[in-house]
Design a protein. Sequence first.
Length: 122
Amino acid sequence: MIQERTMLNVADNSGAKLLQCIKVLGGTRRRYAQIGDIIVATVKKAEPRKEIKKHQVVRAVVVRQKRNFRRKDGTYIRFSENAAVVIDSKNEPKGGRIFGPIPREIKEKGFTTIANLAQELV
């Protein structure tokens, strides 16, 4: 579960390294985000000389979470970290590469570009 003030690693090469969630999109009283949900976040750490800078406000999609995520077939999947991919206004990733495993629910939720760039789908 990702909520406000949760720190997330960045799973792409957009320049950001660490994000802090400041808003979960999808409703006025929505408190938690999970795999495939869009959040608004601020950049806490960034690489020098890249497109995204520190303190910048960005939109991101959650691609990994520590909390167990229940799939439709009844199985559970969980990861060792919380991670997100920075996206633009058209829900396309800002980076050109995606690092680490990505669950197949990302493709089912309409983020096919992220799923195609991923090294492996779990």
